[in-house]
Ligand binder design. Sequence first.
Ligand code: ADP
Ligand code: MG
Length: 288
Amino acid sequence: MSTPDIIPSMIERIRQDLVGLKMPRALEALDHIVRRLEHGEISALEAIDVLLSEELTLRENSRIKTALRMGRLATIKTLAGFDFSFQPSLDRDRIHTLAQLGFIARSEVVHFLGPPGTGKSHLATALGVEAVKAGRSVYFCTLADLLAQLARAEREGRLQERIHFFCRPGLLIVDEIGYLPVVPGGGNLFFQLVNARYERGAMILTSNRGFAEWGEVFGDPVVATALLDRLLHHAIVVQIEGSSYRLRQHAELMPEHVRSKAVIAAPLQPPPRRRGRPPKNGYAAQVA
Ligand code: ADP
Ligand code: MG
């Protein structure tokens, strides 16, 4: 039997095997890889390598996409898209260390504190995305959303089940503590969840209010103290003392005479670069 007869039948068998193994991307890439092999552009070993890595990349991408959707990480923010020069109070190395995710393994709590627009949600989301990529389960919600879900579950007699649900992800991100008044009983529900996750799962919390104001935020100093007792025990506190990135964007769109009247604080030090244009995935790009 001559080689040209063997190869088509072998390729056909490989094709059927790839269908049987449910490897759609490898199947799609097969002809191209065989052509490169025939032209001597790649070795047999490289052909196997390319075929498998094509399939693996597809699977990995769809795993990440599904995990981000399930974890409610809808607005994708990345560390690469964060302009550290705009927030000189923030230690870039510290954030990059957090991105190595040791805090998840240690079930610690990361607090991002600072005024509105300083990148708290951006950084929390970016760390969530890193965690998803590393194969960790993540769930993102605002405090208001979390409390609404817990309150509904309590009314329906399913509170423990819901608390169990929020205990499953290795990383729970609770955004926007302090923006909206907490509904009566909300502090208590949050405490039950925090207590259930305590030393068992990591959390990232963001807040525009200092810890001293939590009594007011939760409408109950006793609950606030009990919450902080757990949430500050194994904690990393990142305080951002800068101006709003959002207002910076608007300031640039405003005419000079309006801008001079607007109450927009300048960053602590002038950023060394990028005075003119926002980074590619910054706020302006999203609203455009
Ligand atoms: P906060 O949660 O502190 O109120 P956000 O993280 O929501 O602020 O930031 C507001 C917007 O500005 C978001 O679109 C975010 O991506 C963007 N942003 C904030 N800080 C930076 C930064 N230093 N570099 C790039 N984008 C930023
Ligand atoms: Mg926010």
